[in-house]
Design a protein around this ligand. Structure first.
Ligand code: SF4
Ligand code: SF4
Length: 494
């Protein structure tokens, strides 16, 4: 089945009933054995206008828009204990990992190729391996080449902040409106446990002195970006036992300095990655620990909860990676940008968004009427467009929402190691690992599931429903919640 948010699907007039009918005729039978949500209303219009097409800065936008990263700036001026820039594996998905490094000219050809084939593309980012500000000439040249050809693409960088202050003016001149700084501490004693060394002003520093310098430059860079009107996202890696509790202080400090978003990400640590933390057995946080920390930061800097910790050469909607379709050997020597697909896509998304907004409003009314104290966690299988439109067996991740009578909040996602359905057949081993991934959730909503996996999930205490296939996520969750908890209201008022 075609991707729901492809241009074709969005342009063709369609509705949930039509999509369900198409599903029935597709031959995939349910008895088969195969196996901040901030939106326009919550933000000043000028801010919404700057983030509404950015899949990382707006949770709402990530249902519709895609990003791509180009690895053009490999040099780095610090060492983080969670990074090994030598590592290269196409099957890995984590920041800093990349299959090929590009020259600015190669990056331009790749961006044009992707823009012609992925109409959802709205953002070009330079996000490692390496530091976009330290390897500045390549960053600058890439952005200048791309913005000349595709003027409406949003330019975005990630940096460790050490070389940031000297480039803030140039970033503003280049119309870079989104910058991410990775800030893991505001206390150099904690920083010394994360950064073994930095290289600054032609000298190498270690220990407390290194962390102190890094901290000062990060704070200075953030204040300068805020003063320049650039929207700054802070990434923090949560490292249990080292900076987990401290990240609440980081959240407050970056809020004070004008950060737009705070993205607390779990440490990815595995001996096979060859990182210091991986080799020394430093563990990453569990789902519940990450959520507890994020919840504890509520009321501080706005939190990003939909980060997918993408590869440094990722292409596509968050949660999908089409990078392998656009490796350099598949990019033509001569390419010309055709804006028609992206323009048509945007027109259709504008209409979809209006419908989706109305559906969210209806969902709020339904939930508000239940008068229940219950809070439930719902996993959703989606390919984008804000709808429940993915077969259970094809899902490589589930988006997690928390629903109560107060509303529906996106709280994160859970990746599965392998989708259950492999080439038309369900894999029991994969199902076991999906069951572990879905632990603690109240219900899973998907567009289709076979009787066999559904029964196995139910035996493991996990309910799954395909009753709301192709509905908007909020419509489905509110209908489910009202069915389960609306009765409380009726019983009370009877
Ligand atoms: S700043 Fe980025 S590229 Fe440099 S060591 Fe840290 S994670 Fe790796
Ligand atoms: S790593 Fe997170 S912030 Fe960066 S592009 Fe992916 S989702 Fe966005």
């Amino acid at each position: 089945m075609a991707n729901f948010v492809s241009l074709d699907n969005l342009i063709n007039p369609t509705n949930a009933d039509a999509m369900r009918a198409a599903l029935k005729s597709s031959g995939c039978s349910s008895t088969s054995s195969c196996g901040s949500s901030a939106g326009a209303g919550d933000l000043p219009p000028e801010v919404w206008d700057r983030i509404k097409d950015h899949p990382c800065y707006s949770e709402e936008a990530h249902h519709y828009f895609a990003r791509m990263h180009v690895a053009v700036a490999p040099a780095c001026n610090i060492q983080c204990h969670y990074c090994n820039r030598k590592y290269d594996c196409a099957n890995e998905s984590r920041p800093g990992v990349v299959s090929e490094k590009l020259t600015p000219e190669q990056a331009l050809r790749k961006v044009i190729t992707v823009a012609n084939k992925v109409p959802q593309l709205s953002v070009l980012g330079i996000a490692g391996p390496g530091d976009a500000c330290y390897d500045w000439k390549k960053t600058e040249e890439t952005f200048s080449l791309v913005s000349r050809e595709i003027p409406d693409i949003k330019l975005c960088i990630s940096t460790n902040g050490l070389a940031l202050p000297e480039h803030v003016d140039e970033l503003a001149d280049m119309n870079v409106e989104h910058v991410t700084i990775t800030i893991n501490m505001v206390d150099p004693a904690i920083g010394a446990r994360i950064y073994p060394w930095i290289f600054h002003e032609h000298k190498r520093f270690t220990g407390l002195e290194a962390s102190q310098r890094l901290h000062e430059r990060q704070m200075q860079g953030l204040e300068m970006l805020t003063a320049a009107g650039i929207l700054t996202k802070i990434n923090s890696v949560m490292i249990p036992g080292i900076n987990d509790e401290h990240l609440k202080v980081v959240n407050a400090e970056v809020k004070k300095r004008g950060a737009f978003l705070h993205n607390i990400m779990p440490l990815i640590s595995d001996p096979a990655h060859g990182t210091h933390f991986g080799l020394t057995g430093q563990r990453g946080p569990r789902h519940a620990e990450l959520k507890a920390l994020q919840d504890a930061c509520a009321g501080g800097a706005n939190l990003m909860r939909h980060c997918r910790q993408c590869r440094a050469d990722a292409v596509g909607l968050l949660g999908e990676d089409r990078g392998q379709e656009f490796t350099l050997d598949q990019v033509a020597e001569k390419v010309a940008y055709d804006p028609s697909q992206r323009q048509a896509y945007r027109a259709v998304v504008a209409r979809e968004r209006a419908d989706h907004g109305a559906a969210k409003q209806d969902a709020r009314i339904v939930l508000g009427a239940t008068d229940s104290d219950a809070s439930i966690l719902v996993a959703v299988a989606t390919k984008g467009g804000g709808r429940i439109n993915q077969h259970f067996g094809h899902a490589k991740e589930f988006q997690i929402y928390e629903a109560s009578s107060r509303g529906i909040v996106f709280v994160g996602h859970r990746k599965v190691a392998d989708a259950y359905c492999q080439g038309g057949f369900g894999e029991d081993a994969s199902l076991d690992s999906v069951i572990v991934t879905l632990e603690g959730l109240d219900i899973v909503l998907c567009s289709k599931i076979g009787d066999c996996p559904k029964g196995q999930l139910e035996n493991a205490g996990i309910r799954v429903s395909d009753e709301w296939a192709y509905e908007y996520i909020e419509s489905a969750i509110s209908a489910h919640y009202a069915r389960e908890h609306g009765a409380v209201l009726q019983a009370r008022s009877a």
